[in-house]
Design a binder for this molecule. Structure first.
Ligand SMILES: *[C@@H]1O[C@H](CO)[C@@H](O)[C@H](O)[C@H]1NC(C)=O
Ligand SMILES: *[C@@H]1O[C@H](CO)[C@@H](O)[C@H](O)[C@H]1NC(C)=O
Ligand SMILES: *[C@@H]1O[C@H](CO)[C@@H](O)[C@H](O)[C@H]1NC(C)=O
Ligand SMILES: *[C@@H]1O[C@H](CO)[C@@H](O)[C@H](O)[C@H]1NC(C)=O
Length: 198
């Protein structure tokens, strides 16, 4: 017997369920909200001119930055917890900045203009490098959740990073001078091409 006799109810049900399944899959894929993207569009790390800064001197080594935070979803808003931007040089911590919790509507771009305070001039390797060009590792971490038609999703953690070349003048080097952050969590050793000690 033909397993799918078009006149049989089973056959009709099977086709109906298959179509329904495909429809749900399509809807789910369309509505599935994407994570925000982060692009560093400006970064300025003033070069050290004379001696390394003292604790009590006015700190003019602070790093200024501008990051575009883009919600790529047409149908989903994003609620953010605190967002941390942390700068490293090799494995050394240089400084960080925090953007307080905020809500971002569908398809909106938020421009975060901030300053990373470099206490004591950062780690020694960073200080040494500021006499020339340097490549900084910029990491962004945030807790976020989507909101689709009033329905809140689960909180999840976004952690992205990128390498920003800074020239002798302290400004971003490179052709297009924009760095879109990617998943670089543990790849920095390979990126710098060295084995890090301490
Ligand atoms: C500078 O800061 C370090 C640690 O932050 C501290 O141990 C030291 O006493 C400070 N020096 C001065 C002169 O304030
Ligand atoms: C910084 O500290 C030095 C001694 O450690 C002191 O002579 C100087 O007055 C201090 N400067 C300021 C701006 O506090
Ligand atoms: C910067 O680098 C040049 C050449 O390598 C060196 O002569 C100079 O002493 C360095 N200056 C500082 C402040 O480290
Ligand atoms: C941001 O930094 C603060 C202080 O270091 C920390 O408590 C918090 O967990 C960080 N947030 C994220 C999302 O990593």
């Amino acid at each position: 017997m033909d397993p799918c006799n078009p006149k049989s109810f089973q056959c009709w049900l099977l086709q109906f369920l298959t179509l329904l399944g495909l429809l749900i899959l399509c809807l789910w894929l369309t509505l599935l909200p994407k994570s925000p993207t982060y692009t560093i569009v400006y970064l300025y790390a003033p070069p050290f001119t004379v001696a390394p800064p003292q604790n009590n001197t006015t700190n003019n080594n602070d790093i200024q930055f501008r990051v575009e935070i883009d919600n790529p979803n047409d149908k989903s808003g994003i609620q953010y917890g605190d967002t941390n931007l942390t700068i490293y040089y090799y494995d050394g911590y240089v400084g960080s900045a925090t953007l307080p919790s905020f809500y971002q509507g569908n398809g909106k771009t938020y421009v975060w203009v901030g300053v990373v305070s470099v206490v004591g001039g950062g780690n020694s390797r960073f200080r040494a490098a500021r006499n020339g060009s340097a490549e900084l590792r910029v990491m962004v971490a945030a807790a976020m959740r989507h909101r689709v038609m009033g329905v809140k999703g689960r909180w999840k953690r976004v952690e992205l990073g990128g390498f920003v070349g800074v020239g002798l003048d302290g400004r971003m080097s490179g052709k297009n001078r924009k760095v879109k952050l990617k998943s670089v969590k543990n790849n920095y050793r390979a990126h710098y091409g060295i084995d890090l000690i301490g």
